[in-house]
Ligand binder design. Structure first.
Ligand code: THU
Length: 163
């Protein structure tokens, strides 16, 4: 059993790099590019109700980047998260092989904290990726980020192979 202190240490150790060794498609410079693209994506965020702006940038295995923003709606439930905007853009353009996604977000676009993807987005991404290698990058800036494999954020997720 890990205590809380050990868990914190292990996350901090992984902030930069360790997981990248296991993901040959995603170098540190690619991570920075993705974070920059996510921040650019956030510029188009339409969030007049929550004022919580989010941007995401999805990397294909061919090193193509699709970014996206959250798009809110006056009737609330049709709201689309930034991650799914990026995912649906990519899939609708014929891309289905993905290596990583970077996510940034905060109230009024201030990146004071990490913005973890919601459960619906984790599941939407799960459909198209290998959760043991797909990287989720949570960033506050190009130099301040945390890395996770999708399987850590969505353990035992339901995927196409279960159908
Ligand atoms: N949001 C995202 O775009 N991605 C997330 O992972 C978390 C939440 C958006 C949805 C809504 O527009 C706003 O953030 C507040 O929930």
């Amino acid at each position: 059993m890990q205590d809380k202190g050990e868990q914190t240490t292990s996350i901090t150790t992984r902030q930069k790099g360790e997981l990248l060794g296991k993901q040959e498609l995603v170098s540190r410079s690619v991570v920075k590019n993705l974070i920059r693209a996510a921040i650019e994506g956030m510029e188009n965020s339409y969030a007049p109700y929550s004022h919580f702006n989010v941007g995401a940038a999805l990397l294909t295995k061919n090193q193509k980047i699709y970014n996206g923003c959250n798009i809110e709606n006056a009737s609330y439930t049709p709201t689309n998260c930034a991650e799914r905007t990026a995912l649906f853009k990519a899939v609708s353009e014929g891309d289905r092989d993905f290596a990583a996604i970077a996510v940034v977000g905060g109230k009024d676009g201030m990146l004071t904290d990490y913005c973890p993807p919601c459960g619906v987005c984790r599941q939407a991404i799960r459909e198209f990726v290998d959760p043991t290698t797909f990287l989720v990058i949570l960033a506050k800036s190009e130099n301040d980020y945390m890395l996770y494999f999708l399987e850590e954020l969505l353990p035992m997720g339901f995927g196409p192979e279960h159908m």
